[in-house]
Structure formats: structure tokens, C-alpha cells
Ligand binder design. Structure first.
Ligand code: RB5
Length: 146
């Protein structure tokens, strides 16, 4: 299951992303927000990051105005690797090198079309493993204060 969430700044792109996931027959769950009323991004970022961290979702997609706030909050959760991506290269690397389990985007940075393209790239790319796996293990060690 892919968990999706946004604040008001990411609402339009999140709705389009949710429809894309449904078109691709991917199981997904929307954790809000679902109105244009101003809300606090940590509330929605935490909902998505929590289920990814607990293994209740396979992955997540978070969108706020810039993507910065959502990436900061999501990366507080153990096991979460949230990557803020801006273009096709960073979307691909987020999977291939970082095996990001949460994709983060800025709804005020990207057009809907660009955002959907980045989601497709992240979904369709594969983790390269090898030396990158060693680096992820080092991130886990930092998280465990080793
Ligand atoms: C909300 O105005 C805005 O601060 C938020 O969407 C996001 O960009 C925070 O990082």
C-alpha cells in the first residue's frame, strides 16, 4: 500500500498523484488533507511517515508547498528515507541510490504534469544495491546511535 498525504500547498498535486496510483492499480490510501483550508504540514507528514515506519505501508508520497517541511518531519521517523525531488534525475536517484521509501515533492515548485512524471520515474526505478546498500546500513546505524 502506498500512503499519500499533503497540506493545502500540495493538495492539487496529491489529488492528481492519487488518481495516477489508482490508474496504475496500485493500492493506496489518502491521509489528507482534503480541503484548501490552511493546515499544518507536520500533522499530515507524520501520519504518512508513521505508517511507513511501522511497515503498515510499503511506501509514501508527501507533498507540501516546497516539499521541505514534509521531508524534515518524515525523516524523524525510524526507517524512513524521505527524499525531496525536483526533477527527473533526483527522482531516479532517490530510488536507485537512496531507496527512498517516501517521495516528497513541492506542489508550488512543480507543475502537476512534472510531479506525475517524477512519481512514475520513482515507481519504475529500481534500487541498485551494492555500495548503496552499505551506505543505507550506515544511515540505519546512525539512527540507532551506533
Ligand atoms: C505552507 O504555507 C508551507 O509552508 C508548506 O506547504 C511547506 O512549503 C513547508 O515546508
Amino acid at each position: 500500500m502506498i500512503a499519500v498525504g499533503s497540506d493545502h500547498g500540495g493538495l492539487a498535486l496529491k489529488q492528481a498523484v492519487y488518481e495516477l496510483l489508482q490508474r496504475r492499480n496500485l493500492e493506496c490510501k489518502d491521509y489528507g488533507t482534503n480541503s484548501s483550508e490552511s493546515v499544518d504540514y507536520p500533522d499530515f507528514g507524520a501520519k504518512v511517515a508513521r505508517v511507513v515506519s511501522r511497515g503498515e505501508a510499503d511506501a509514501g508520497i508527501l507533498i507540501c508547498g516546497t516539499g521541505i517541511g514534509m521531508s524534515i518531519v518524515a525523516n524523524k521517523f525510524p526507517g524512513v528515507r524521505a527524499a525531496l525531488v525536483h526533477d527527473e534525475f533526483t527522482a531516479q536517484m532517490a530510488r536507485e541510490h537512496n531507496n527512498a521509501n517516501i517521495l516528497v515533492m513541492g506542489g508550488r515548485v512543480l507543475s502537476i504534469e512534472q510531479g506525475l512524471k517524477l512519481v512514475e520515474i520513482w515507481l519504475d526505478s529500481e534500487f541498485a544495491g551494492g555500495r548503496h546498500q552499505n551506505r543505507l546500513a550506515k544511515i540505519t546505524a546512525v539512527e540507532q546511535h551506533l
